[in-house]
Design a protein around this ligand. Structure first.
Ligand SMILES: Nc1ncnc2c1ncn2[C@@H]1O[C@H](COP(=O)(O)OP(=O)(O)OP(=O)(O)O)[C@@H](O)[C@H]1O
Ligand SMILES: [Mg+2]
Length: 313
């Protein structure tokens, strides 16, 4: 038995002059939820498409339950359920009909197929809506049908590409709880998101991706420790935030000061010591601080510290 559910080795993929994936490696261990956390355009979906066998890499390889996606693509695909970023369902068919269709594609038939479809409809909380046409479903409901489709053949590993983007809170909660339940039952999960809270809630380990590279990976606590447990202080100022950030970069104890959506984000190892100095510096420079919000270190802080940008621009 393979030790890792997924092993990604030095994958690269470029689209003409855009390097979407620039040599990434990571492994998803058996039985864990592993998240790729990164902003728009980081290369998450490209990596997922390669691992799923939908896109050929320029170089590198990936193993799914020990099977090379290049040399043993059929075996690799059989072990894998994929929930793509874009919903892929027939809108003029019912939820149940869609699942029966997918089940046949996976080689299921007869009573096994019907039983499995029932099981999956219940698992995603749509048993009562199974006869409804997909075209009449909300985005969140379609997502849940897509998740059911990916799980019909009982794969050992499931990949979900940003499954909670643009859906209602109830469906979102349902999906997050479902991921945890699948994992509790022993399924290995590769999850992509640009929501820090989701990566924190779900994952055993996380790889932070940016511009086609994995810039850091580890458990949530390891990642936070990596940047020296810095707190983030968000400040609103009267006057120009750029000028405030510039002044504060010179303040002792400030490791970074950037402007995020009109506010100044300051990183500091010791927020208690630094905040009074920020007030002093503001007074000297002739502007006022109108609000201060101190945040304990989290993955957002890690991303900011490593890239100088916010996860959500
Ligand atoms: N088929 C394609 N043709 C050309 N460029 C592409 C193609 N697919 C992706 N790209 C580019 O590759 C980069 C990575 O895109 P990708 O979709 O993998 O990012 P992502 O992390 O999934 O982003 P998002 O969070 O927006 O889904 C982007 O610059 C994107 O424009
Ligand atoms: Mg994507």
């Amino acid at each position: 038995m393979a030790e890792n559910a997924i092993e990604v080795r030095e994958l690269t993929k470029a689209f003409s002059d855009v390097v979407a994936v620039g040599g990434i490696s990571f492994e998803v261990r058996r039985g864990e939820v592993f998240s790729l956390l990164g902003p728009n355009g980081a290369g998450k979906s490209t990596a997922i498409s390669i691992i799923s066998g939908l896109l050929r890499p320029d170089s590198g390889d990936a193993l799914v339950m020990g099977h090379s996606i290049l040399k043993e693509s059929m075996a690799a695909r059989r072990c894998l359920g994929v929930v793509p970023q874009e919903v892929a369902l027939y809108s003029d068919m019912s939820a149940r009909e869609n699942l029966v269709f997918w089940g046949r594609m996976y080689g299921l038939s007869g009573k096994d197929l019907e039983a499995r479809v029932d099981e999956m409809l219940a698992a995603v909380g749509l048993a009562e809506r199974q006869k409804g046409r997909i075209g009449t479903f909300s985005g969140g409901m379609k997502r849940r049908v897509n998740i059911a489709a990916a799980l019909l053949h009982s794969p050992a590993v499931v990949i979900m590409d940003e499954p909670t983007v643009g859906i209602d809170p109830q469906s979102r909660r349902h999906i997050l709880d479902h991921v945890k339940e699948l994992n509790r039952q022993g399924m290995s999960v590769l999850y992509t998101t640009h929501y820090m809270e989701e990566a924190e809630e779900l994952s055993n380990r996380i790889a932070i991706m940016d511009k086609g590279k994995v810039i850091a990976s580890g458990t949530r606590d390891e990642l936070v420790r990596m940047v020296g447990e810095q707190a983030r202080v968000d400040l609103a100022v009267t006057g120009e935030p750029d000028k405030a950030a510039e002044a504060w970069r010179k303040v002792t104890g400030v490791s970074r000061a950037t402007v995020e959506q009109g506010r100044v984000a300051v990183l500091a190892a010791d927020a208690d010591a630094v905040v009074p100095r920020l007030f002093e510096s503001a007074a000297q420079a002739g502007f006022h601080i109108s609000s201060v919000d101190i945040k304990e270190p989290n993955l957002e802080t890690v991303f900011l510290s490593l890239t100088g940008r916010a996860l959500r621009d």
